[in-house]
Ligand binder design. Structure first.
Ligand code: PMP
Length: 462
């Protein structure tokens, strides 16, 4: 049991709840359905635990709901670092530099051999948009506008703006928002459990499907491919053996820039600094957001290698031959100040090793659940990022209905454990439970999370 408690007593938050109900438009929420319930207002957090306005304690199995708070709640050293920086200088436009901006860039690049430049923005969507803009500009600069098409993968997600949903492989998120930005093309997903090709070297076959799209479109029209190292919200899809090596070969063969979306996997989530570092990939663009400052400040980064950077400075006589782009809040110093301290914590507390060890424990526990409950189709994961795909029937792999999957999430919540699930993303396949505890998780935390899932599966599926 936890040795920390909330600092507030049995406060009355009815005014807060009334204000929220009257005026806050919540993310991903059907407000007609929501009207009859009181909003859950989170008040305080410490480590892996949260307390809501009713004083209820929750063990957080998803790091702030969307895999963000990698170093856990209540980090006073991050708050101190941000405060110190804010009273010194809170902001100046990023056309100038800042102390934490320069220092964090140097520290970050030291974790990313082969990469060299950091572009500061505010969100994962924005980081991805900036990379897309760079690809388009490179197409104009070098290829007369031809090599402008950008490939994305079925089931991947890259953000909520019109261009990032145009690069989105989760149909239900995009369906109501067309027309889309032209020039984005889908390649098949690589989830071996839901095999699209009945072959032995599945990873290579799944990657070859990308080459087929390139050849269909014409390699001289394709500029880049954007992929998640492990597909997150699309079902925690760990890549099959041989996949990434082949993807890299294809990119080299056709001179296609490789953009890795590390918004979820970045900064420790998978047990290495970046997800792509498990596979020996050499990306041209890496985008990251959630774990950069663990949600203590809104900061995201687009990191490029020197090859990309050089293309934007090669013609000094033309003032327009630069990356003609700005992000106002990319100049906030709170972001890199928080990110620097976040990185120090991960390093000094050995959180990458903890993530690997606790990730192994989580996978072992999930595999034990698979042995026990027929409704588990497959457990998969990398580090502290795991998924449990639920099926109504193991032989046919018929996905469990979304309502039942959500009932498991609700039952865990009732037990005081917060877990997630793929939701309203892919028609018929919103059937994977998602787990991403903070990188500080202990063996007891991991066991408590999987114990709650065990109970919930029993309660919902009998
Ligand atoms: N890429 C991936 C892989 C994501 O999971 C997300 C957010 N869940 C984004 C991009 C978009 O990030 P943001 O919500 O910060 O715009």
């Amino acid at each position: 049991s936890p040795n920390v408690t909330q600092s507030f007593s049995t406060n009355d938050f009815s005014d807060v709840i009334a204000a929220d109900k009257a005026h806050v438009w919540h993310h991903l929420t059907q407000h007609k359905q929501y009207e009859s319930t009181d909003p859950r207002i989170m008040i305080e957090g410490k480590g892996m635990r949260l307390w809501d306005a009713t004083g209820r304690e929750h063990l957080d199995g998803v790091s702030g709901g969307v895999w963000t708070v990698n170093v856990g709640y209540g980090r006073e050293s991050i708050a101190d670092a941000v405060r110190d920086q804010l009273v010194k200088l809170n902001y100046f436009a990023q056309s100038a530099g800042s102390i934490p901006g320069a220092q964090f860039a140097e520290r970050l690049i030291s974790k990313m051999p082969g990469m060299s430049r950091v572009y500061y923005v505010n969100s994962g969507s924005e980081a991805n948009e900036k990379a897309f803009k760079m690809v388009r500009q490179i197409a104009h600069k070098r290829y007369g506008g031809k090599k402008h098409k950008i490939l994305y993968r079925e089931r991947d997600y890259h953000g909520s703006t019109i261009s990032t949903i145009s690069a989105g492989g989760q149909f239900e998120r995009n369906a109501q928002y067309g027309p889309y930005t032209p020039g984005f093309l889908e390649v098949p997903h690589c989830l071996e459990y839901r095999t699209q090709w009945d072959v032995e070297n599945y990873g290579e076959r799944a990657a070859d499907a990308i080459e087929e799209v390139i050849l269909r479109e014409g390699p001289d029209t394709v500029g880049a491919i954007c992929l998640e190292p492990v597909t997150a919200g699309g079902g925690v899809i760990t890549p099959p053996v041989g996949y990434w090596q082949r993807v890299q070969e294809i990119c080299r063969k056709y001179d296609i820039l490789l953009h890795i979306d590390e918004v979820v996997c970045g900064v420790g989530r998978t047990g290495k600094w970046f997800g792509y570092q498990h596979y020996g990939i050499e990306p041209d663009f890496v985008t990251m957001a959630k774990g950069v400052a663990s949600g203590y400040a809104a900061i995201a980064c687009l990191v490029t290698n020197e090859k990309v950077f050089d293309l934007f400075k090669e013609d000094a006589t033309d003032p327009l031959a630069m990356f003609r782009d700005i992000s106002t809040f990319g100049g906030c110093t709170a972001g890199p100040a928080a990110a620097l301290e976040n990185l120090r914590i991960i390093e000094d507390e050995g959180l990458l090793d903890n993530t690997t060890a606790m990730g192994d424990r989580l996978m072992a526990n999930l595999n034990a659940l698979a042995d026990k409950h027929a409704v588990v189709g497959q457990a998969r994961g990398l580090g502290l990022f795991c998924g449990l795909e639920l099926v109504s029937d193991r032989a046919s792999k018929t996905p469990a209905p979304e309502a039942q999957v959500q009932a498991v999430v609700a039952d865990c919540m009732r037990q005081g454990v917060i877990i997630g699930a793929t939701a309203r993303a892919i028609p018929g396949f919103n059937n994977t439970l998602c787990l991403a505890p903070a990188l500080i998780a202990t063996a007891d935390d991991i066991d408590a999370i999987t114990h709650a899932i065990d109970e919930a599966l029993g309660n919902v599926f009998g």
